[in-house]
Design a binder for this molecule. Sequence first.
Ligand code: PGA
Length: 249
Amino acid sequence: MELVVTEDYAALSRAGAEWLARGIIAEPDAAVVLATGNTPMGMYRELAEMGRRDGLDVSRLRVFQLDAYVGLDPGDPRSLYGWMARAVLAPLGVAEVQVVRLAGDAPDLQEACRAYDAAVAAAGGFALSVLGLGPNGHLGFNEPPSDPTAPTRLVTLTEESIASNAGYWGGRDQVPRQALTAGMAPLLAARRTLLVVSGAHKRDILQRTLLGPPMPEVPASYLQQAANVTVLADRAAWPFPVPDELVPR
Ligand code: PGA
């Protein structure tokens, strides 16, 4: 694991955008899975800005949706696909045909999950994975407890995830109770992973992710066993003391 601590969210966003740009430049047809959530929004804005300024060829990229609420069609502004489309695809100029959706609106959800895992396998697995850290240690919607071999599947959201998403939905009663998530197995097999973590409310769960023994109750802790993981945290989220001179601004 590579650990990178930045002074604040702005520096985290720049570092995250650079990580992703380097990955795309090295492998322009990479299969990339991209989280929504608040934390990576800054790095996506930075990346779009870098693309406009310096040029970044995303025409061959294959983007995979990380998770999806059940029962919302992709045109629903509340859907996670819609969020990814607004925050990443449109600003970067990624076309819809380049995207593999996780179809939470499919009539057969099991089949949708199987089709997604087949598409990941056909792409040779994820080359790049950008993940946020749930306050309960989830990755995507791999809610605790999640086994490291868990495939892409239908999940019931925990109370903690419902509460943390209530703000986007106008209250917890409005939050869908079920979701599809890219499985632990394909995520842990990604060739390079960036875990972005910001804010003091993530400090405890980041500590358990980094130091606790890997366990289903903290799904993100299995990243300790995955290849080429970079944990990028701002100082507020970082659970250990760091000398000032080591923190880039
Ligand atoms: P956040 O979400 O980036 O909005 O904190 C992270 C997550 O719940 O996976």
